[in-house]
Design a protein around this ligand. Structure first.
Ligand code: FO1
Length: 314
């Protein structure tokens, strides 16, 4: 039995943790967004891949949901010395986290593919889940705002996503190819789960890699999504505002409409139970359960509900 999860960062990592309480890691493949990837200080940083890796390794910083627990910040302190000379200091790279970026950058510079480096990194952290970048090609998400086009991290971190978005731009997406194993994993999956990540800038880029959306739609009957919007809001990040800014409804119904062509079931939170009939009317089966993975056991029961929706009984 094999489960494929389309993943962004924090929400997806949390979902995967619950899934691994009920499914063996070798039975799971995560296809992870790389649109957030950025070069800082000449280093290739892959935030969603690292957040998933570190979380599944039990090494994530639980306060932030990114970077490593128990981190030190000596290099960042050193960089602040050069701030007046132009050093970039608004994106925080911890001392141990830097080792990942140094290793990744060196391997890529010597010709390795991102998928190969990602596999080496997750194995080094003893993560059993197969982690696939959505593509080995360079794709860069940026957003058009009233202040111009901002790189994703510029928008998300430097500006604290405090500016309205009028367009999501995926540089390089048209010429990108699914990473090795991505289409095969989708074709062979017994269940495919769209994790509760940002539909527009985390899941969207994954679906936009040529061939991926069609491959998922071809398996629609065994695809379910977990709504990242609960009672009209995102648990973390700008997904609710971005949905409205880009013409969608910031609700589980809005998500159902966005995902209707690719998933037969949308798992929504108890708080949105009243939306179930309208989600069904939109052609998507609604499963109502606790989706806020706030305490032990919820992640596992959410995963079981998703697998059951895909026809997989454990
Ligand atoms: N997010 C922040 O809000 N501030 C940061 O300084 C920051 C640093 C950072 C370093 C490495 C990394 O893998 C992620 C980091 N993030 C930071 C989170 C990152 O912006 C988000 O995880 C995604 O790009 C959005 O999903």
């Amino acid at each position: 039995m094999h489960v494929v999860v389309l993943a962004g960062g924090v929400g997806a990592a949390r979902f995967l943790t619950g899934l691994l309480e009920v499914v063996a890691p070798e039975d799971v493949t995560a296809i992870v967004n790389t649109g957030d990837d950025t070069i800082f200080h000449g280093l290739r940083v892959s935030p969603d891949l690292d957040t998933v890796t570190y979380t599944l390794a039990g090494a994530i910083n639980p306060e932030t949901g990114w970077g490593l627990v128990g981190e030190s910040w000596h290099v960042m302190d050193g960089l602040r010395r050069y701030e007046s000379a132009g050093a970039l200091t608004w994106f925080n790279l911890g001392d141990r986290d830097l080792a990942t970026h140094l290793f990744r950058t060196d391997r890529l510079r010597r010709g390795a593919k991102l998928s190969e480096v990602t596999d080496a990194i997750r194995r080094a952290w003893n993560v059993g889940v197969r982690l696939l970048p959505m593509t080995d090609d360079r794709v860069a998400t940026s957003v058009r705002t009233a202040d111009g086009v901002l790189g994703f991290q510029e928008y998300f971190v430097r500006r604290h996503h405090d500016v309205a978005v009028t367009e999501v731009i995926l540089d390089g997406i048209a010429s990108s190819c699914p990473a090795p194993g991505v289409l095969a994993a989708i074709a062979a999956a017994d269940a495919i789960v769209v994790a509760p990540s940002n539909p527009l800038v985390s899941i969207g880029p994954v679906l936009a890699v040529p061939g991926v959306r069609a491959a998922i739609e071809a398996r629609r009957s065994i695809v379910c999504a977990v709504s990242p919007i609960i009672a009209g809001a995102a648990l973390k990040g700008p997904a609710d505002r971005m949905l409205v800014e880009l013409g969608h409804e910031a609700s589980a119904l809005g998500v159902a409409r966005l995902y209707a062509s690719l998933c037969s079931t949308l798992v929504i939170d108890d708080a949105d139970a009243a939306l179930a009939p309208s989600i069904e009317a939109a052609g998507v089966h609604a499963v109502v359960t606790d989706t806020i993975m706030a305490h032990p056991g919820v992640g596992a029961s959410l995963a079981i509900a998703c697998l059951a929706a895909c026809g997989v009984r454990l």
